[in-house]
Design a protein around this ligand. Sequence first.
Ligand code: SF4
Ligand code: SF4
Length: 304
Amino acid sequence: MQEMIEIRWHGRGGQGVVTAARLLAEAAMEAGYFIQAFPDYGPERSGAPIRAYTRLSRSPISLHSPVKAPDLVIVLDETLLGDPSLLEGLKPDGWLIVNSALPPEFVRRRVGGYKGHLALLDATRIALEVLRRNLPNTPLLGALARLTGLFSLEDLTRHIRHHLAAKFGEDVVRANLEAVRRGFEEVRIDPGQASPGERPIEVPSGGMALPWFELPRGGLILDAGNAIAYRTGDWRTFRPVVEMEKCTHCLYCWLYCPDDAIRVAGGQFLGFDEAHCKGCGICAAVCPPKAIIMVEESRVVAAV
Ligand code: SF4
Ligand code: SF4
């Protein structure tokens, strides 16, 4: 095995990205590795894109910079697949591991024609079924145990039990261990077109005025009256869908939406501003006749 393994995690605030980077490092430490795990994000906000890094080495680690040449890139949220920096520095024989239910060819296309090693896990589905929350981190840790052999499933579950038992009840611990086990068993390796060294990445052009990956670090736009420039629609992992026949046009959703993403004209509810709806679900929670439901973004993307 090589001396050092470097891992870069891409996800969104609230998905357990930083926890996953740390749990992986701690489990590896128990398996005898020297470790590092640290995040890289601006203002922490649910749904905001963030990165985290894990380094594992057989000898003390003197490097302290963010991971530039990862062996593994792990994507917790498939809405990030269009980020042109996703594969930045990924080693020719490295692996891309994506939380997705999409077919591998679709994922490869979304990453600009990626031809390297690819593994997929529908971690969101597992998390929703087992944890009742969109926390895809623990299923992905199970997938990592399977793909890397860094530690056994038993060692990983022992560590996660130890970590969670200090904060949560037995039900939560058991649900997380079930999520890890399912991640281990359900991860799919795409034999695809793996051809190390050949990775013609085309940057997908979304035609957006100011996509999030062009924002300055921290997402700051300093001009006044700038909210419209934040394409918070890129952050969405769930989207609201309305049953118009149930809508009474009470406009509670418009009143409560934190991103002004409800379209209204003449006192009538018209729909959602997809460029700015970040999928927080507040509109669904406050809608009196329950006319709005939240649907996984990936299902909608896959359907178009
Ligand atoms: S989910 Fe609803 S409340 Fe949240 S940003 Fe979108 S439209 Fe607004
Ligand atoms: S809160 Fe519900 S019923 Fe009221 S306008 Fe919005 S979608 Fe329609």
